[in-house]
Design a protein around this ligand. Sequence first.
Ligand code: ADP
Length: 498
Amino acid sequence: MPHESRAALPRYEHLYINGEWVKPLDGELIESIDPATGRPWAIAPMGGRADIDRAVAAARAAFNGPWRRIPGYERAALLRRFADLFSAAIPELAVIESRDNGNLVREHRASLTAQVQWYQWFASLADKAQGTTIPIDDSVHAFTSRVPVGVVGAVIPWNAPLLATCLKIGAALAAGCTLVVKPAEQTPVSALELARLIHEAGFPPGVFNVVPGFGGTAGAHLVMHPDVSKISFTGSTQTAKHMVRDGADNLKRFTFELGGKAPHIIFADADLDNAINAATASAWRLTGQSCALGSRVLVERTVYERVVEAFRTRAHSVRVGLPSIDSNHMGPQAHEAQLKKTLSYIDFGKEDGAELVAGGHRIATPELASGYFVEPTVFAGVNNGMRIARDEIFGPVASLIPFDGEDEAIAIANDTPYGLTAGLWTRDVGRAHRVSSRIEAGMVWVNTYSFLRWSTPYGGFKSSGWGRENGIDALDPYLETRTTVISTTGQFPDLYAS
Ligand code: ADP
């Protein structure tokens, strides 16, 4: 890939606030790095605290003004128009997202195609936030209404920026909230492209604002802002803990989709070919940079050696390369710090006594050496106490852990602070129910893996999150319930009459 001179880079110099493109007030312009080359590919704006203030003020004014009066069916129509524009923009969006975060253009195209359905799903929910009537007696009429929570701050991660943004903005806009979106500093560009489409779809000014910025300044300021009612965050558990502290003063509402260390359990009675297909896919897909992937592969001891051997062979058939080439299987890590983290965990695996079966190195071929590419990596002989089994690495590193019997599989699976997803493979339907019902995770896949839809609630037990995204109830985290009690008589006695 040729080196682009700075002057030739695409320039994104403006934030999107109150329906206008504005220069940062107290922020800066940075070079956004293409992880496939390690070189800048675009100039992007980083907003500061004053920019967040401006965006929150616009979102608050829109919430208190025109947006509040727009009925659900019109919000639905706007979302549908946006979904159509988004669908037409998929080819460009996939390339932009890939240059920012390094995942394959081909995989982004597939994800963005699914996101169109997601937006349609949210549109279909926009006029269905119904309340209930509560039977008491003839003297009162009591009912509940579901009302939008207010201004939402959406804090977006770098591993799947457009997907995380979709899950948040689709639900928040359908619920009638307004938004300030803060993309990650490593992947600032795609949300600005979304703003262009939101603008074209005709959303009123201030309903949707985008301020890319650094987490410690713009992000923290958004979380602490008294006029932001709720934060919806996808990212690390560590950052979520900071946010809870930062939001404590005004008892901010939070929805969190956080880290994972998913167990992918293969019983000896499984269809091993399919189990291995799924386990190798979920260990390395997206370069391991998804909280849902199965980084701990738990294998029943009687088939352990066979599965280790299959992982070793499969690792050698993974084509790691430029994300723009559709025939590649795996791109680079999304940024340099993540590359270093993955390599350091590979060292921890060796130090802790695991056996490196395949991979384990940064790729140094001339074409890929300046990018952040790592070989698909396999460790055998892992026990659940090792650092590679405890911590979320976010790299293409599979840890194969042997077990004996259901009870031990479940004990290992649940011996983690996380609880986002899990997979299990067995031909025994009773075992499928027994084991899945004891797994502490918000999503359990049986004889499949990574099956996600707009209609399936998604979120974590334990340190993997608060609340759920998707499903029929996707709007709930963006709604408050107001109970109204109306007397049919208007009689109220004087308590002090005698
Ligand atoms: P990572 O540690 O892998 O970079 P994070 O979970 O920290 O992932 O980052 C995801 C998002 O959270 C990014 O948009 C980042 O800017 C933001 N962020 C990081 N720290 C904070 C913070 N203290 N307050 C608000 N947002 C933050």
